[in-house]
Design a protein around this ligand. Sequence first.
Ligand code: AMP
Length: 231
Amino acid sequence: MTGGTDATNIILLGPPGAGKGTQASRLVESRGMVQLSTGDILRAAVKAGTEVGKLADEIMKAGKLFPDELMAEILGEHLDGIPLDKGVIFDGYPRTEKQAELLDSLLGTRGRKLGYVIELVVDEDALVDRITGRFTCAQCGEGYHDRYKPTKLTGVCDKCGSTEFKRRPDDNEETVRTRMAEYRAKTAPILPIYAARGLVRHVDGMAEMDVVTAAIAAILDGATAEPAKQA
Ligand code: AMP
């Protein structure tokens, strides 16, 4: 077969802390899609202590971006492991115009097509608050927040009962501000490229998590079209 696949591949776009990871895992559960988070891939490399991981560690701690070409190579390897009939959610990729170009060829050579680019629209100051309070269970990965989603029982994971938690080292205010500046300078400018292709849909990322999930589902089910913008 040379005609590719009909599985819907999407990009979740939005500044750090916009809820891309949470929404992506919900899509994995509800639709059997596969989440490809470049941040998670790099964090796994850091943990494994590989050469890529050593480089990634320095860059991530500074809130800077990992080199485009190397990122694409790593992403391609992960894409190769995903069956063609599974839709992919790109979470944290692409982040630069160059990466957007590279993604076109990563997808094209594998017979995949981009269905939607969903932008989670958020308020940056509120996001800093959201990010600097977040933590996850070290055992099962369940996400929490100091103020907005604390564990029901102090120090005990609601889901698996573990008492071990972790925080990302780059979730401090200074790094978060740098990551947001990177988003504004390098990632936001790729939206017009996809808008010109009619792929962009906007979702209010400050809404309740379930409302955001429902809005994304409506887009994937083709129930909402983006209103045409005035020229
Ligand atoms: P995230 O988990 O998506 O917030 O990513 C955490 C960090 O990983 C970023 O601040 C970057 O340093 C690095 N990173 C993740 N995805 C990319 C990417 N697509 N290109 C370059 N660097 C990335």
